[in-house]
Design a protein around this ligand. Structure first.
Ligand SMILES: [Zn+2]
Length: 148
């Protein structure tokens, strides 16, 4: 026989119950007031891994400004039109073309998509798989079809 540490009742079985930081042996009914302590410790503390998804160091390609300018002129677009289309400042695009300014990743991506050029490259990835872009284009076209 054991007696509940809370109500003092004699019961056949007691369970470990956590009540206000104290772990007590309590009967079933008192146990409901607290949090039952699991026999096996479930305290596996997961260490938070710092998100290292972008460990790859992408760098701007050589002559990115010229590349952009050529692509833009190839599509017969003015800087103004490009800026307007991408929701960016005209001066920003102009600076990038002059390589006075490095576009950040998101802008570079927008430009790359628009003109089908590569502004950022990963020197660690030797063979750049261009096969991917075909799939991307297909997906994009399907998305566009959905909207219409
Ligand atoms: Zn009790």
């Amino acid at each position: 026989m054991a007696s509940c540490e809370l109500c003092g009742r004699d019961v056949d079985s007691l369970k470990k119950v956590k009540i206000e930081r104290a772990t007590l042996k309590a009967c079933d009914s008192c146990g409901k007031m607290g949090e039952e302590v699991a026999t096996e410790s479930k305290k596996k503390q997961k260490k938070k891994k710092s998100t290292t998804r972008r460990t790859k160091k992408d760098v701007l390609v050589n002559g990115y400004g010229e590349k952009l300018k050529e692509a833009r002129e190839g599509q017969q677009l003015s800087i103004e039109e490009v800026a307007d289309d991408l929701n960016e400042k005209e001066s920003l695009i102009a600076k990038i073309e002059k390589e006075d300014l490095k576009p950040d990743k998101s802008l570079a991506e927008k430009l790359a998509k628009k003109f089908d050029i590569t502004l950022y490259t990963n020197p660690e990835v030797a063979d750049y798989d261009t096969g991917d872009s075909v799939d991307n284009r297909k997906a994009t076209m399907e998305d566009v079809a959905d909207i219409g």
